[in-house]
Design a protein around this ligand. Sequence first.
Ligand SMILES: C[S@@+](CC[C@H](N)C(=O)[O-])C[C@H]1O[C@@H](n2cnc3c(N)ncnc32)[C@H](O)[C@@H]1O
Length: 176
Amino acid sequence: MDCDWDTERASDETIREIMRVSEHQIIWGGNYYDLPPTRGIVCWNKLQSWENFSQWEMAWTSYNCPAVMITVSNTGGANKETKIHPTQKSVAMYKELLRRFAKPGDVIFDPYMGSQSLRIACYDMGFDFYGCERNALFFETGCKWFEEHKTKAEEIREKGYASTALERINPVFEFN
Ligand SMILES: C[S@@+](CC[C@H](N)C(=O)[O-])C[C@H]1O[C@@H](n2cnc3c(N)ncnc32)[C@H](O)[C@@H]1O
């Protein structure tokens, strides 16, 4: 499997460019970068019970706000979301992040989409979203997950239930 998501950090030039084109930034793994001092750091408590895995992750943000704690499990039992990416963050965690930081009308850009869980969180919360992903397999699988989620949400809005997903579980055969 392609493991470059973990070994290759974004270049200083990339970070500078992200700062240049955006009003605010939230940078996961900000502890690996030479970023300016900030009040608004985020601690994501992953409720990880195994000590040989990271117990929490840190994000640097450009927001001048009190430090934020987000407690959302990222482990199997408590998180039943589709798993696409080895370092996938959950939709629930991204929704909490958006709730704490984003304002109505904000446009969200994720240059490292991975599974596209942030895209799903933005769709559910009504934020316009743009993103990039260079790995073709992650990109295609993420798009499929997003489209399925969107179909389900539209069907629930229109009919009150997710007919496509339901038909997959309980197919209705018509005999002529
Ligand atoms: C840490 S993962 C992101 C995981 C994502 N936040 C999630 O929750 O699924 C980083 C992703 O960025 C992609 N990536 C790395 N460098 C990139 C680049 N220069 N342009 C676009 N995507 C890139 C990798 O293929 C990987 O899928």
